[in-house]
Every structure is written in structure tokens, then in C-alpha cells.
Design a protein around this ligand. Structure first.
Ligand SMILES: CC(C)(COP(=O)(O)OP(=O)(O)OC[C@H]1O[C@@H](n2cnc3c(N)ncnc32)[C@H](O)[C@@H]1OP(=O)(O)O)[C@@H](O)C(=O)NCCC(=O)NCCS
Length: 167
């Protein structure tokens, strides 16, 4: 069974992770734990329940905001004339040997679920991502991400209208 866990350098083998993109490897190897402690970004790893040291994939999340005008006109409706609070999917990567088997999709589903949970506590209108390159942008578009007005590599996924509790 696959599970997503918060990165823990005492358990997870960061150095053994290779997704084929040096910058994403380096981030996990050298910076992710430090950023997590500093409150800059949280990192979550996908592992086998029975073999937690081996990292199959990971993502990092941080609070962010985007300009209202970067949303498509239809997505701007009913929003206040202020910067829009979002969660930034700062990094997403799957180990080379595991790519193409749906793990990236599973991680994206986990990100969305986490953001929907978080927004019970904090305004999060959408999920923002900076794609590394056009291929990565194409990957995100498959899942409903839309390019922002001024950059085809910066995309957002509206999180929809959550159920209103009480009032
Ligand atoms: C991009 C990445 C996270 C996708 O994860 P994955 O587990 O390989 O992807 P999945 O198996 O969930 O892919 C689902 C679908 O997307 C397709 N896909 C995978 N990578 C793609 C890409 N770069 N561009 C377009 N489509 C892609 C798959 O072919 C698959 O399609 P199918 O269901 O029709 O067969 C992974 O390939 C990776 O880590 N790549 C290197 C790092 C990287 O580029 N990260 C993006 C950071 S912005």
C-alpha cells in the first residue's frame, strides 16, 4: 500500500531519490527539510507502507498569492479586488523507475485533498504551479490547470466552491 508522509530525514532516504531533473533531486537532498523547519515549504513523500525509507515521489507546498488579473475573466467573477490567496505546488517529482504508472496523478490528488482540508482553516482559492518546462505544463493542463494571463508556465487549478458550514 502506498502512503504519503511528511518528509522525515531520519526515516526517508533523500539521497537515493532520482527523478531525472537535477534541480528537483537537489531540492529534496539538500533543502526540503531545512525549508520545512523554517516554514518556507512543507514536503510530503510517497512511500510504500512496508518500505518507508524509499521515496517514490514527493511534492512541496507553500502559501502564496496571485494577482486577480492573472485568472481567466470567468474565474475572476465574485472575487474581491485583492490578491488571491493560493497554495503553491512548488515541486512535484516521481522517481525515474516509477514514472508513467500513475504516481504523479496520485500525488496531485493528494495535493488537492490536502488543500481542500487546509482551506477549512485558511483561505485557499486555487492551487498554483510553476511548471519547469513546456512538457511539465502540458502534464498539468491534463488535470485541469489553466495558464495564467502572463505566463504559460505558471498555471492554476481553481479548487471550486467548498461547502459552507453553518451560516
Ligand atoms: C511529471 C511527473 C511528475 C509525472 O509523474 P508520473 O508518475 O510519471 O505521471 P503519471 O503516470 O501520473 O502520468 C499520467 C499521465 O501523464 C502523462 N505524462 C507523464 N509525464 C508527462 C509529461 N511530462 N508531459 C505530458 N504528459 C505526461 C503520462 O503519459 C500519463 O498519461 P496516460 O495516463 O495517458 O498514460 C514525472 O514524470 C516526473 O517527476 N518527471 C520529472 C520531473 C518533472 O518534470 N516534474 C515536473 C515539475 S514542474
Amino acid at each position: 500500500m502506498l502512503v504519503v508522509q511528511r518528509l522525515d530525514g531520519r526515516i526517508h532516504d533523500r539521497a537515493g531519490f532520482d527523478c531525472g531533473e537535477a534541480s528537483l533531486n537537489r531540492y529534496l537532498h539538500d533543502l526540503a527539510s531545512q525549508h520545512h523547519r523554517a516554514g518556507v515549504a512543507t514536503t510530503h513523500v510517497l512511500v510504500e507502507h512496508d518500505a518507508p525509507p524509499k521515496i517514490l515521489g514527493y511534492y512541496s507546498l507553500a502559501a502564496a498569492q496571485m494577482s486577480l488579473v492573472d485568472l481567466a475573466p470567468a474565474d475572476q467573477r465574485r472575487l474581491p479586488r485583492h490578491p488571491v490567496p493560493v497554495a503553491r505546488l512548488a515541486r512535484l517529482a516521481v522517481a525515474l523507475a516509477e514514472q508513467g504508472h500513475g504516481l504523479g496523478e496520485a500525488l496531485l490528488q493528494d495535493v488537492v485533498k490536502r488543500c481542500l482540508g487546509l482551506r477549512e482553516e485558511l483561505g485557499i482559492h486555487a492551487l498554483l504551479v510553476d511548471a519547469l518546462h513546456a512538457r511539465a505544463a502540458a502534464y498539468y493542463r491534463r488535470y485541469g490547470f489553466r495558464a495564467t494571463a502572463d505566463d504559460a508556465l505558471t498555471l492554476y487549478l481553481p479548487l471550486g466552491s467548498a461547502r459552507q458550514g453553518g451560516a
